[in-house]
Design a protein around this ligand. Structure first.
Ligand SMILES: O=P(O)(O)OC[C@H]1O[C@H](OP(=O)(O)OP(=O)(O)O)[C@H](O)[C@@H]1O
Ligand SMILES: O=c1cc[nH]c(=O)[nH]1
Ligand SMILES: [Mg+2]
Length: 214
């Protein structure tokens, strides 16, 4: 948590920081970038899911019966923002194989930096926790758009968590102007945006690096 952004959680675990540094390195191959993104999401997922609701289930150990805490598995939805979010969703799905999965397809216009939407497919809102995933929260417009989509689908901000790798103060200000009650988890709060709204020092274009495009 930082003083300016009470809803921002920077996960400073050494393994997360180590993997992020390798992902930032421009010499890292697509294959390694993809592996690291899945691994880092697994590690970050551990913190993001810390407050997920548990329920007791009656089981028999070899010794006796007991009420054992288990995750309310169908109460979680993982929603990657395409394309780059897919690489993180893979890690989260390993952690929570019973979770529902939705998709929000957004692409940022290179001139205006505003996202346009090309796909929305979501599981029922019910009383689920929705975990939105996208490695980059840059201007914040894509993140705001994705949360707006979930709101219209019936998911209140309090039931939404946002998992990213890297953000910047500008993006967090834009995001918090609309959704201050969504908790945001990142591996780094970077310095600033460049003239093309790319994060500095950042890691470049996450989607292109993940899929080897461009
Ligand atoms: O905070 P913002 O300024 O909105 O930028 C962040 C968005 O830009 C990237 O996606 P992009 O549009 O490049 O699509 P891609 O994942 O298909 O490459 C990134 O994965 C985010 O979705
Ligand atoms: O730095 C950035 C900004 C937006 N999208 C990316 O993939 N990287
Ligand atoms: Mg991209």
């Amino acid at each position: 948590m930082t003083t300016e952004f009470p809803n921002l959680h920077v996960l400073d675990h050494p393994l997360i920081q180590h993997k992020l540094s390798h992902m930032r390195d421009k010499g890292t191959s697509t294959r390694t970038f993809r592996t690291l993104l899945r691994e880092i999401a697994l590690l970050m997922g551990y913190e993001v899911t810390r407050n997920l609701p548990l329920e007791n289930r009656r089981i028999e150990t070899p010794m006796q019966a007991m009420d054992a805490p288990v995750l309310q598995g169908k109460k979680v939805a993982i929603v990657p923002i395409l394309r780059a979010g897919n690489g993180m969703a893979d890690g989260l799905m390993e952690l929570m194989p019973g979770a529902r999965v939705g998709h929000i397809g957004l692409v940022r216009d290179p001139e205006t930096h505003k996202p346009s939407e090309y796909l929305v497919k979501l599981p029922e809102a019910a009383s689920r926790t929705f975990i939105l995933v996208d490695p980059m929260l840059a201007t914040g417009h894509s993140a705001v758009h994705a949360v707006d989509v979930l709101n219209r689908h019936g998911v209140p901000d309090e039931n939404i968590l946002f998992l990213a790798l890297v953000t910047v103060p500008e993006g967090m200000r834009t995001f918090n102007a609309k959704h201050p009650n969504v908790q945001v988890y990142v591996a780094s709060l970077d310095e600033r945006l460049d003239d093309h709204a790319y994060i500095l020092p950042g890691l470049g274009d996450a989607g292109d690096r993940l899929f080897g495009t461009k």
